[in-house]
Write a protein that binds this ligand. Structure first.
Ligand SMILES: NC(=O)c1ccc[n+]([C@@H]2O[C@H](COP(=O)([O-])OP(=O)(O)OC[C@H]3O[C@@H](n4cnc5c(N)ncnc54)[C@H](O)[C@@H]3O)[C@@H](O)[C@H]2O)c1
Length: 360
């Protein structure tokens, strides 16, 4: 019976993960930690926490939410000393590629400083498995597609991507120096109900419902490997079931396994996995599919023409033109690849929007 800490538990992925773990009911206790910052409306984070509370009421798992900052080392120390976590799922971060360019300190503080603080607590308290969120953005612009976990990741195009590469390196060092079992998950454009309002599908929905036009960058020529939230959570849950053992690390941070540091890597209980659908979608097609989903849910009128409400814009700093996951490593080790089609995922998102009492 495990004791699990989920950081970023009021966030999009964290809240869905905690919900799933509460429903499964196999953990002894789950502690959620989040500072409820206002990067996007706090009301959405509070509403996710209310959903979690009602699931917790029906679950045998002991659940506690702590409002606090991952940079607060004293708080971390007291939580780790009290709960002796077997597993830490570290999802708290300042998300947003563009935001990292306009607010670099916020990104570095949480994603590097906060990450280091959580990692240190895991080491001091001999946590059994440290699972952390990385991102497809580590691949940058110059990688061959589909992105493989052993590709070099040394040319980030945003502070956010650089912070995630840094996290992977720090986790790798703690894994190889101190034997901390660590698994990094490179998520690809996660979407779904109660998602993040800064992401395109959510922003476009809000803007169209308000009668505004949306901006599509790179003249609509980007392709994104959208991954439905339930698939991401399924991937995390499977990874939680088995931490990496020492002596089988086949991947390294920043390059291919044949790099000279292989001897150290071979003894590190460290893994990296892409969690993506492996089916990238062109953004012009995506806009049309989102339109259909919103029309089917009765949110937009049948005559609504998304392209007439979409302005094509040049590429934005920090963006990459394609994300495309090779998911064979996840399939090999956990027998799982995301299954939800983009049409089905958008349908569920649109239904969620339609069910909101306050318009999104
Ligand atoms: N959603 C995606 O498409 C995606 C893609 C790649 C990687 N990721 C990564 O996955 C993780 C979860 O992403 P998400 O989409 O759920 O984002 P999110 O912003 O919804 O969730 C992150 C949560 O962390 C909290 N947080 C931020 N800084 C904190 C701090 N210093 N102390 C305590 N809490 C803090 C926020 O309040 C938020 O609730 C992040 O690490 C993100 O970088 C997400």
């Amino acid at each position: 019976m495990e004791r699990i800490l989920v950081t970023g538990s009021a966030g999009f992925i964290g809240s869905h993960l905690v919900g799933r773990l509460l429903k499964e009911g196999t953990a002894a206790c789950i502690v959620g930690l989040d500072n409820l910052n206002d990067y996007y409306p706090v009301s959405l984070k509070e509403s996710r926490l209310r959903t979690i509370d009602s699931l917790a009421a029906a679950s045998p798992v002991a659940y506690r939410f702590v409002k606090g900052d991952i940079c607060d080392e004293a708080l971390l120390e007291s939580l780790f000393a009290q709960y002796h976590f077997d597993t830490v799922v570290h999802l708290a971060a300042q998300a947003g590629v563009r935001y990292s360019i306009t607010h670099p300190s916020a990104c570095i503080e949480s994603n590097v400083g906060g990450f280091y603080a959580v990692l240190g607590a895991c080491r001091r308290h001999s946590t059994g498995h440290f699972v952390f969120a990385s991102s497809s953005s580590v691949y940058g612009e110059n990688n061959a597609v589909p992105f493989r976990e052993d590709a070099a990741v040394d040319q980030p195009v945003s502070l956010y991507a650089a912070s995630k590469i840094c996290d992977e390196s720090l986790a790798y060092v703690y894994s190889s120096l101190y034997g901390l079992p660590a698994t990094g998950l490179r998520f690809f454009s996660v979407y779904g109900p109660a998602g993040r309002p800064d992401m395109a599908y959510f922003k476009f929905t809000e803007q169209w419902l308000r009668g505004e036009s949306v901006q599509l960058y790179n003249e609509g020529q980007c392709r994104r490997d959208f991954t439905y939230i339930d698939d991401v959570v399924e991937g995390i849950v499977r990874v939680l079931a088995g931490g990496p053992a020492a002596g089988n690390a086949a991947l390294c941070v920043g390059g291919a396994p044949e790099a000279p540091r292989l001897a150290v890597e071979a003894s590190a209980p460290f893994r990296l996995y892409n969690i993506g659908s492996g089916r990238p979608v062109g953004m012009l097609d995506f806009v049309r599919m989102l339109q259909s989903a919103l029309q089917d849910a009765g949110l937009l009128p049948p005559e609504f023409d998304a392209m007439a409400h979409t302005r094509l814009m040049p590429m934005q700093p920090g963006d990459v033109s394609v994300t495309y996951a090779d998911v064979s490593t996840l399939r090999r080790d956990f027998g799982f690849t995301p299954q939800t089609t983009i049409q089905e995922g958008l349908r569920r998102f649109a239904e969620w929007v339609a069910g909101q009492s306050v318009p999104v």
